[in-house]
Each structure stands twice: as C-alpha cells, then as structure tokens.
Design a protein. Structure first.
Length: 149
C-alpha cells in the first residue's frame, strides 16, 4: 500500500478546504432561503464555541472565511454588495509583525455582531512597522430592533 507523504496530505487537506469553501458560497448563492440572520447565527455559534474553548481562534478562521464567502454570495444573489470597513491596530513590538498579519486581526469587526462584518484577510495589510490594518466586509444596514436588545 502506498502512503501519502506529509506534504501530499497537507496539499490534499488544502484542496479539500478550498472545495468546501467554494461549495459553501455556491450553496448560499443558490439557496433562496439563505439569509443574513442565518449567517449571523453561524457567527454567534463560532464565537460561543471559542468562548467555551471548544474551538481555537486559528481553527475558527476557515469558518469565518466561509461566512465571508457566503456573505458575498448572498449579496450577489440578492442584488447588494457588502461594504468595506477597517480597524487599525498598533503593535507595541514591531519585530512581532510577520506574514501572518491576519492572525492579529479579530475575526469580526464587532464582537457583539451589531453589524455583521467578518474578517477579510485579503483587505488586511501592514502599514509601516507598527500598524496592522484589518479589513472586514459588512452586510448592509443594521439588524432589526429585536436583535439589538
């Protein structure tokens, strides 16, 4: 029996994750029942699992990326486009900034999810040697009054 090497296993795992992410976006675009509130509930579940220590922030990042893709797909299906927001973080030890800058960014613009804004690593960047700018995409508008209580 031929056993895959660790490099091949990592490649297969990345391919499987990419297919899952693309599939999730396609499902959201084709599902007329998909809703912004459904995405918000998935985000709340991710945050609760992190709070309960069932999920690490690193393990949550692919789930948040799937939410971001589903938000874009939902917007396309419903005829709106998410808006961009930024959050600037100052780094006290500039030597700590590395290529994994999105790991320093929060998963959502607001932890309470008042406006649904998942992290968009593609919009995040480093300014100089002490500032990380975290990019987010946000659903339009605000949630209904009942959600903000």
């Amino acid at each position: 029996m031929i056993r895959p090497t660790p490099g091949i296993r990592r490649g297969l795992a990345r391919t499987a994750m990419a297919l899952a992410l693309c599939g999730g976006a396609a499902v959201a675009a084709q599902n007329p029942g998909a809703s912004l509130e459904g995405l918000r509930e998935r985000a709340r579940a991710i945050l609760q699992r992190i709070h309960d220590r069932e999920l690490s922030a690193d393990d949550a990042r692919p789930l948040v990326e799937r939410l971001r893709l589903d938000l874009v797909a939902l917007g396309e299906a419903q005829g709106w486009e998410p808006t961009a927001r930024r959050l600037e973080l100052t780094i006290s030890n500039p030597g700590e900034i590395g290529p994994e800058l999105a790991e320093a960014c929060p998963l959502f613009f607001e932890e309470e999810l008042v406006q649904f804004c998942p992290l968009d690593p593609g919009r995040s960047e480093i300014w100089g040697d002490q500032i990380i700018v975290c990019g987010f995409i946000c659903a339009p508008g605000r949630p209904p009054e009942s959600d903000r209580e």
